[in-house]
Ligand binder design. Structure first.
Ligand code: NAD
Ligand code: TYD
Length: 337
């Protein structure tokens, strides 16, 4: 494997993945990204002059853009997606266009080019639905029971990948991961939103009773997992990744407030998200055994690093909340005290 097409490389996880690849491997990388509201060229500013790296602006559902790229590369890692549950509740169609049609177009072009060795599709624990408090964590063999338009579109894209493997033997590997956090996460997701709102003296909107549980993983651990699956995964297999770190949203927020030495009074309980999944947790037995992977960064360390990153990179997020993202941010999150 010499050259890899990474899609969605200007987003949160994709940019961390490309940085890891350039630092630790010798692959050439083509980054195909549409630069939606969530894609930011600044995320890879420090890598832009690396001769092994090339950026192409374009959409994964556009055959004319994708097909010629497939003629150059030996593998695909598909991060490109519409990724936020709340947005999918407001408007589902962009999720179907990118997550479903886009993934199918990548699969078709990969197959037509006929030279790729691995098609790695990055997916999520949310495709499995929601757990009750005493249920065992999700396993790769569990049924798909997605509850939001986002997770339904991701489950659909996973099934399109499965169909490409079963029907055409496209060498598809699917990874499913729990909630990521770390540098460069767009401040609409829980952790960065709470950090920047606390830093700028705004209220912290907590949906429902704040006791929904997520399994948190530091983004670098997820990226290492994707790299293991790319290099060692078996075609047709699904690999679950998670941080073995179940926390309620309130526990996460209280930790952030503690690090920032801010008052708990900033918390404001707001109307719950419709269809809000109660609990996610991943069983990662398979990847520990087959890929010799385990999460390395505990929450204490990961969240301190993340808070420090947002404190040291104010210009990055201030540009986002005062630029294109301003109206959406104002409408949903900018509640003055
Ligand atoms: P993100 O929203 O930060 O980034 C998505 C990137 O995809 C952006 O750069 C955007 O410009 C690009 N993009 C969107 N539509 C595109 C299109 N049609 N063509 C080309 N590029 C397009 O997302 P993220 O949090 O980095 O997530 C990356 C992937 O990982 C997604 O597939 C997501 O479902 C999955 N995932 C995310 C998490 C998480 O906690 N964030 C957890 C598990 C899995
Ligand atoms: P989010 O970061 O949107 O990820 P996901 O919904 O994909 O898990 O949300 C994480 C959790 O935080 C989820 O239970 C919803 C909750 N949440 C809030 O309570 N307030 C907020 O402002 C946001 C964005 C999320």
């Amino acid at each position: 494997m010499k050259k890899i097409l990474v899609t969605g490389g200007c987003g949160f996880i994709g940019s961390n993945f490309i940085r890891l690849l350039l630092e630790e491997r010798d692959y050439e990388i083509v980054n195909l990204d549409a630069l939606t509201y969530a894609g930011n060229l600044e995320n890879l500013h420090d890598m832009k002059d690396d001769p092994r790296y090339r950026f192409v602006k374009g959409r994964i559902e556009d055959e004319k853009t994708v097909l010629p790229l497939m003629d150059e590369v030996d593998a695909v890692v598909n991060f490109a997606a519409e990724s936020h549950v709340d947005r999918s509740i407001h408007s589902a169609m962009p999720f179907l266009t990118t997550n479903c049609l886009g993934t199918q177009n990548l699969l078709d072009c990969f197959r037509r080019a006929g030279r790729g060795k691995v098609f790695l599709h990055v997916s999520t624990d949310e495709v499995y639905g929601s757990l009750g408090k005493d249920d065992p964590p999700f396993k790769e063999t569990d049924k798909l029971r997605p509850n939001s338009p986002y997770s339904a579109s991701k489950a659909a894209s996973d099934l399109l990948c499965r169909a490409a493997w079963k029907t055409f033997k496209v060498p598809v590997v699917i990874t499913r991961c729990s909630n990521n956090y770390g540098p460069f996460q767009f401040p609409e997701k829980l952790i960065p939103l709470m950090i920047i709102n606390a830093l700028s003296g705004r209220r912290l909107p907590v949906y429902g009773d704040g006791k929904n549980i997520r399994d948190w993983i530091y983004v670098e651990d997820h990226c290492r997992g994707v790299l293991c699956a790319l290099e060692k995964g078996k075609p047709g297999f699904i690999y679950n990744f998670g941080g073995e770190c179940e926390l309620t949203n309130l526990e996460v927020i209280e930790k952030i407030l503690e690090i920032l030495k801010k008052d708990r009074d900033l918390i404001e309980f707001v109307k719950d998200r419709p269809g809000h999944d109660r609990r996610y947790a991943m069983d990662i037995t398979l990847v520990k055994k087959e890929l010799s992977w385990k999460p390395e960064t505990d929450f204490e360390k990961g969240i301190s690093r993340t808070v420090s990153w947002y404190m040291e990179n104010r210009t990055w997020w201030q540009r986002i909340i005062s630029g294109e993202y301003k109206d959406y941010y104002k409408k949903h999150y900018d509640k003055a005290l």
